[in-house]
Design a protein. Sequence first.
Length: 230
Amino acid sequence: MPITLHDLPAPGPADAALLARLERVDFPTLGHYLEEGFCDPRLHRIAGERRLLGRAVTVRITATDSTMLHHAAGLVRPGDVVVVDCGGDRRHAPFGEVVANALAARGAAGAVVDGVCTDIGALRAVGLPVYAYGLSMLTTKLHGIADGGLNTPVSCGGVSVRAGDLVLGDENGLLIAPARRLAAVVDEALADDAEEPALVAEVRRGSPLGTLTGATASVEAAVAAASAPA
């Protein structure tokens, strides 16, 4: 697999107005409107406490060599999220204390590793949001293998990711999608968030949830249709 360097030009900056709206939305609310882009739930946050929101910088490495990741770490810009495709390997950790500090120093928003990480104590101390499948003491090496890619399409958590896609993460999981797809649903999601406190208050007062959401009316209509004479 030949090396593929697409770091010039890098993807343009994310739309500031869209990012501002996404900052306000409860990320799981987007799950009411989208089906694609949600990563494998086993890919979870292992470090950092704040939500993750930023533009994807994609890195593809081999199972044992993290040369391309070290190269990419010196190129990220503020707000970037480094998304690392490890080629399906979940034994060798390409991401640890040194890479985390390199990204934090350049203002990265966080990192997503489709594999495992190491140095968990140091990662938590840095505070950068980091997502991975787990931890390992076995690490990648710097073999200098001419294999990998930067800002090329990758796979992460079962999701196809392109450089410039937006990465959203919290304690519930990860969503990675093109900006235009998120822009199409974010305002509706924000409206839902605004209405939810009133709905919860009604439920706590004893109102049936199905009555409030229309689910009960749908069930009753289906039962009536099934019971009607042919």
